[in-house]
Write a protein that binds this ligand. Structure first.
Ligand code: GAR
Length: 196
């Protein structure tokens, strides 16, 4: 692909629907022409991740790096950095990557590392965000795209989407409503970052 010079590496752990939304946006003419960016690799810490098979089918370089094969978080992150850096990334995009990253990793990608979190940060960092929002009686929930710092689910907010919490919602129904909006805001936030 001539003239494309900004590489995006996406890290996933599961279904990879955000990754797919980003890939599908990135192949649009607008992205190709204006942003000169493309998704060059998808890496998962789980070999069986559904999203990895999808990426492979799209012809995107796909790798699994099983974190259970490493003796420490630092050793895993070091190997992950080697794999990522082979692709000379402009952006490293965490899309449902369910691993806490070491400060060394975060520092290495300072200014290039972004994440999506399924809550309206700074509320509900960590896990089980949808159930916690329901339990607290929140009337709205949502998702946040943010820069990654060594503090979990902190860092500059780049974009957010808000959805209603409806009577009778379960964590699953709310998660599904939030996820559809994640697919809108993540590509949009990346587009802004790549344009800046
Ligand atoms: C998304 O809801 C994302 O916000 C969340 O995992 C899901 C991944 O879905 N991320 C986190 O909880 C990170 N702490 P996907 O694999 O279909 O994109």
């Amino acid at each position: 692909m001539s003239g494309v010079n900004k590489n995006i590496v996406i890290l996933i752990s599961g279904s990879g629907s955000n990754m797919a939304a980003i890939v599908e946006t990135s192949i649009q003419q607008r992205w190709q022409a204006r942003l000169k960016a493309r998704v060059v690799a998808v890496i998962s810490n789980k070999a069986g991740a559904q999203g990895l098979a999808w990426a492979r089918e799209q012809g995107i370089a796909s790798h699994a790096l099983d974190h259970t094969q490493f003796s420490s978080r630092e050793a895993f992150d070091a190997a992950l950095m080697v794999e990522i850096d082979r692709h000379a990334p402009t952006l490293v995009v965490l899309a449902g990557f369910m691993r806490i990253l070491t400060p060394g990793f975060v520092q290495h990608y300072k200014g290039r590392l972004v994440n999506i979190h399924p809550s309206l940060l700074p509320a509900f960092t960590g896990l089980k965000t949808h159930q916690r929002a329901i339990d607290m009686g929140c009337r709205v929930a949502g998702a946040t795209v943010h820069r990654v710092t060594s503090e979990l689910d902190h860092g500059e907010i780049l974009d957010q989407a808000v959805v209603p919490v409806l009577p009778g919602d379960t964590a699953e129904t709310l998660a599904a409503r939030v996820l559809t909006q994640e697919h809108v805001i993540y590509p949009r936030a990346l587009e802004r970052l790549l344009t800046a």
